[in-house]
Design a protein around this ligand. Structure first.
Ligand SMILES: [Zn+2]
Length: 107
C-alpha cells in the first residue's frame, strides 16, 4: 500500500474512533518538511482543505498517528466554522485533552 493510502486509512480509523466519523474526507499529502510535523490547510487553493504530514519529522507510527490526530483537531474546528481553527486556543485544547490526556504545548 502506498504511504498516502496508509495515511488515508489511518485518518478514516481515527475519524471513526474519535470524531464519530463526522469529519469530511480530505486529501493527505506527504512532505519533506524539517520544521513542521503536520499542517491542516484550510480554505486556500480553491477551497479544498488538505492535511500535510512530514515524513521526515513524523517518522514513527506513533508520531504519525499523533501528528495526524493533531491536524484532525484543526480540521474539526475548521469544519465547525471556529474562528480560531488555526490556533491552539481553549477549544483546541479541550479536544487535545480529550484525545491525548494533556494540553498541547507549543515548541
Ligand atoms: Zn496545531
Amino acid at each position: 500500500m502506498r504511504k498516502t493510502a496508509k495515511l488515508q486509512a489511518l485518518w478514516a480509523e481515527l475519524n471513526a474512533a474519535h470524531f464519530d466519523g463526522a469529519l469530511k474526507p480530505v486529501p493527505i499529502r506527504i512532505t519533506r518538511s524539517r520544521c513542521t510535523y503536520g499542517y491542516f490547510n484550510g480554505p486556500d487553493n480553491g477551497g479544498q482543505p488538505s492535511i500535510r504530514i512530514s515524513k521526515v519529522l513524523a517518522d514513527t507510527a506513533q508520531l504519525l498517528r499523533d501528528t495526524l490526530l493533531h491536524e484532525m483537531i484543526h480540521q474539526r474546528l475548521y469544519e465547525d466554522g471556529h474562528p480560531e481553527w488555526e490556533h491552539h486556543g481553549p477549544d483546541f485544547q479541550a479536544h487535545h485533552v480529550r484525545l491525548f490526556d494533556h494540553h498541547y504545548v507549543e515548541v
